[in-house]
Design a protein around this ligand. Structure first.
Ligand code: MG
Length: 272
């Protein structure tokens, strides 16, 4: 397995892509409200990409196997867990909405996801989202030069298991290396297996993305060839960031502050 190593200049381009992703997610989350369709939220993402002169990582993805993704964001509602296709679905009060968004700047990708509740919050949905976000940050904090992908997987799994509520954690879908393509080696599973995993080093970047449900972790793919739902119809949440390993520490490319607020001494951005 070869993991792409980025130069300083390439990581700066990935940071630009990451900031476009952060911008787009902020605006799309803001747009998610009762009465709004998921296609309208996707249109907000398209506007952000156009404003920054960035391309979409998602639009047309899958063309090689004959099912190109038709939108710039995956928008998944309630028991839809990931890869939901934006369309004429109208959001209603209390919906749990996961938005996954990617951008390309000069050939370099950023990828991140957020989950929001539209209108009135069910406290159990809020707890699910918080648990998913916490698991993602636990994974990010486990990244280090000389460490292994398995450290990240274990940190995510332990974070989920430490919750007072038992959640399903998806196994068929994983985080991934990212850079000159959106999905690259290595896979970054959200669960730990006692087996060798790739070593991480300076210049590498991975997308860390736990996907949790309020029920079990079994999934189904719908006939559209994209939308992944929970078999037990339980609601899900998805939180993702793109993280780079620099010679100074960690840089969360898809967070506006680069991760400064969450990483403490681990935070190590490159000079822009
Ligand atoms: Mg991803």
């Amino acid at each position: 397995m070869t993991i792409e190593v980025k130069s300083h200049a390439e990581l700066l381009l990935m940071r630009r892509a990451g900031l476009v992703v952060a911008d787009g997610l902020a605006e799309m989350c803001e747009a998610a409200a009762p009465g709004v369709t998921t296609a309208e939220i996707d249109a907000v993402g398209r506007e952000v990409l156009a404003r920054h002169d960035a391309a979409s990582s998602f639009l047309g993805y899958g063309e090689v196997w004959g099912n190109p993704f038709p939108a710039v964001a995956c928008i998944s509602v309630n028991d839809e867990l990931v890869h939901g296709i934006p369309g004429d679905r109208v959001l209603v009060d209390g919906d749990v909405v996961s938005i996954d968004f990617g951008a390309v700047v000069e050939g370099w990708h950023g990828d991140a996801a957020r989950t929001v509740i539209v209108g009135t919050e069910d406290p159990a949905d809020r707890a699910l989202i918080d648990a998913t976000m916490q698991a993602m940050w636990a994974g990010v904090r486990a990244v280090r030069a000389g460490g292994r992908v398995g450290d990240v997987s274990r940190a995510i799994e332990e974070s989920v298991k430490a919750q007072p509520v038992r959640y399903g954690s998806l196994r068929e879908y994983t985080g991934h290396g990212i850079g000159s393509e959106m999905h690259m080696e290595p896979d970054v599973p959200n669960w730990y297996r006692l087996r060798p995993t790739p070593k991480l080093g300076v210049g590498m970047a991975i997308a860390i993305e736990p996907m949790l449900t309020r029920g079990l972790n079994q999934t189904l793919e719908l006939d559209d060839g994209w939308t992944v739902v929970s078999r037990d119809r339980s609601r899900g949440a998805h939180w993702e960031n793109t993280v780079a390993v620099t010679d100074r520490g960690l840089w969360v490319l898809t967070e506006p502050d680069g991760g400064a607020g969450m990483l403490g001494d681990l935070f190590g951005p490159l000079a822009e």
